[in-house]
Write a protein that binds this ligand. Structure first.
Ligand code: AMP
Length: 502
């Protein structure tokens, strides 16, 4: 089993179909893509790279990303895509940890040379073109459990860990997209607006399975205006987007009277999507959304909240469902357990456990961390949540985000959901601050909508009207922006640090 078979099959069945686009312009057919990747594989093999060797990709979203990804797999290598927004020192750390032999880069992302590599190739230089002069290599056979992708966790705390994703993990992930997220037709397109080193790039696999179109926006990132224009030109367009990106798209749509025409499916996940935000997104852009919950350790596959569930407004439990992350995706089992691994009854909060063919083979050269994360085949996600009687999972907070005030557990997410329905509030993050009397007290960092002033007293009254007194924030910090990591996740550790710093 080699993921590169997907490229060979598409190129054989439909060689002339346009495959890769730079903006709205086609730059490679499936035949071109296969030819270039197979030649690149030839160059890598000629240089002595052996199956299982690691190759780093440290470049901005780029049409050649896909060529390199598939070329490396064709040669039996392991890809190590590194988030282009990382500091070169952080990328160097990953290069060392992965013991990578080669790296493919762009100069904007990697201005200087890294240590320890045999070669570093800028894909925008003639050196890259020279590699494509090699003779095409035959595809290297791989076993289903061989590693295909070393996925470095985003590391909101501590050093990132290399998640070993196998060919089987990613093949299963790709097939699951068709069942649990959305069927894909050959004329459909995926646009890579979010980093290709993460979920957005992983979704290249189902789109390769369908022989669909792969669109890299000219900006290489999230420019709402560009994306809406692309949707009209290159659609039906699907994309993966973190909730913060969805918000930017919806803001743009609302401001410009757009309806989301040309967008097929926006898959959101990676961080909490608040009920108020998804309701607004559906109102402004229509039924174009599907939610997934997963993590690097079971990429894109945990639960899904389908388009149909989101649209079923007549269901008596609709309000709870849209605040949930949906039901287990087809190839996995999902349960909620106490710290001893015992199943908890419906409604009780415990750790979310996932088992199935998408669960990683382990952390790269880190057996202790692997043994802690995967026990008897069950992945301990570190996420806290509760299942309802119908199998819908609602995430609470990661255990470290839970606030304990005066002995009561307070889930920040619940307070955030309520605050987001207050007028004039754009974003919120709730954390605990150390307190001599209560242990911790609830503090809300709030971002006002443009041109609005927020009053702590009004927010307090809003909370009092909806949730228990003890859960409401004791303090409000009004800020212009929330600190976020490179994937748009709010850095609660940083907020807590600010509170301790005074
Ligand atoms: P990563 O491994 O960087 O993709 O981060 C995975 C983490 O993001 C999960 O463990 C969750 O804490 C969070 N996450 C992923 N999907 C969702 C979602 N749909 N809703 C809320 N949090 C999510």
């Amino acid at each position: 089993m080699n993921l590169a078979q997907l490229l060979a099959r598409a190129a054989r069945t439909d060689p002339d179909r346009p495959a890769i686009f730079s903006g709205a312009a086609p730059v490679a057919s499936y035949r071109d893509w296969e030819d270039r990747s197979a030649r690149l594989a030839g160059a890598l093999r000629d240089a002595g790279l052996e199956p299982g060797d690691r190759v780093v990709l440290f470049l901005r979203n780029h049409p050649r990303y896909l060529e390199v990804l598939l070329g490396a797999w064709w040669a039996g290598l392991v890809v190590v895509p590194v988030n282009a927004k990382l500091h070169p020192n952080e990328a160097q750390w990953i290069i060392d940890n992965a013991q990578a032999r080669w790296a493919f880069v762009t100069a904007d992302v990697a201005p200087g040379p890294f240590d320890g590599l045999e070669r570093q190739i800028d894909v925008e230089t003639p050196a890259y073109g020279a590699l494509l002069q090699a003779l095409a290599a035959p595809m290297v056979e791989r076993a289903p459990d061989d590693v295909a992708w070393l996925f470095y966790t985003s590391g909101t705390t501590g050093r990132p860990k290399g998640v070993m994703l196998t060919h089987r993990n990613l093949m299963t992930m790709g097939l699951t997209y068709f069942v649990d997220v959305d069927p894909i037709a050959p004329q459909d397109a995926i646009v890579y607006a979010a980093p290709m080193s993460h979920g957005a790039g992983i979704y290249a696999i189902p789109h390769l399975m369908a022989g669909a179109r792969h669109v890299v926006p000219a900006s290489g990132g999230v420019e709402p205006e560009e994306l809406f224009a692309l949707a009209r030109k290159a659609g039906p367009l699907s994309m993966f987007a973190a909730p913060t990106i969805v918000k930017r798209l919806v803001d743009h749509a609302e401001a410009h009277g757009e309806t989301g025409e040309g967008f097929k499916t926006i898959v959101y996940g990676g961080a909490p999507m608040y009920a108020a935000d998804i309701e607004r997104a559906l109102r402004v852009m229509g039924p174009r959304f599907v939610q997934i919950y997963g993590q690097g350790e079971t990429p894109m596959v945990g639960t899904a909240l389908s388009r149909a569930h989101l649209a079923d407004t007549a269901h008596p439990r609709h309000a709870a469902r849209i605040a949930s992350v949906g039901v287990a995706q087809t190839p996995v089992q999902v349960r909620v357990a106490d710290s001893a691994g015992q199943d908890l009854p419906a409604g009780e909060v415990g750790e979310v456990l996932v088992r199935g063919d998408t669960v990683m083979a382990g952390y790269w050269r880190n057996p202790e961390a692997t043994a802690a994360a995967v026990r008897d085949g069950w992945l301990w996600t570190g996420d806290m949540g509760a299942l309802d009687a119908d199998g819908f999972l609602t995430l609470k907070d990661r255990s470290k985000d839970l606030i304990i005030s005066g002995g009561s557990n307070i889930y920040p997410r619940e307070v955030e959901e309520v605050l987001l329905t207050a007028p004039g509030l754009a974003e919120v993050a709730v954390v605990g601050a150390p307190d001599p009397e209560w242990g911790e007290v609830v503090v809300a960092f709030v971002v006002p909508q443009k041109g609005t002033a927020l009053e702590a007293a009004a927010l307090d009254a809003h909370c009092l009207a909806q949730i228990a007194r003890f859960k409401r924030p004791k303090r409000y910090e009004i800020v212009d922006v929330l600190p976020k990591n490179n994937y748009g996740k709010v850095l609660k550790t940083e907020l807590r640090r600010r509170l301790v710093g005074g």
